[in-house]
Design a protein around this ligand. Sequence first.
Ligand SMILES: [Fe+2]
Ligand SMILES: [Fe+2]
Length: 194
Amino acid sequence: MDRKQALKLLHDNMTNQNLRRHCYAVEAAMLGLYDRLVDGEVDEKEKEAWGVAGLIHDADYEATKDEKDKVHTKEVGKWLEELDARVDVRDAVARHGWTYIEDAPKPDSKMDWALYCCDELTGLIVAVALVKEDKRLASVTVDSVMNKWNSKSFAAGVDRKQIEKCEQYLNIPLREFVGVVLLSMQNIHDDLGL
Ligand SMILES: [Fe+2]
Ligand SMILES: [Fe+2]
């Protein structure tokens, strides 16, 4: 499954613009994290797979949110299997639900952890941008994100603990992790409408 197929699968199943933008943000973050973590030369196929995992991770959100017998991550898992997507991509998508989907498996690979940790962070960064006067990602800095870290009432739905796992499992200090994801999002600010 290449990026084009992944984008089609996303757009066929997700109509909400804000939800789509979340997926674009996570794709960008995954590409940035691949570059940060790669040991040696960039493998373009591998990098594309990281991006695809990010782009597609919530593709079944609309298809499952009001369906009692359909579970987020499990539906998209079926679609990915039908399309013969890479096993590591399917695993990362399934495992990103580790702490909020019943019996979702724990992240294991670097790709899994990157997706799990950056997912929530993209939401926090958007929230920080939206309280800037110009509402632009360009006005967001690592400091402005970190200043909101311990403010429990700010973007209260964002699980900081999930993001902080980047230190233990990816060996990236939190501030640096925030910086990589922020820059990746700033690079596609038009697509994110910010
Ligand atoms: Fe999700
Ligand atoms: Fe997500």
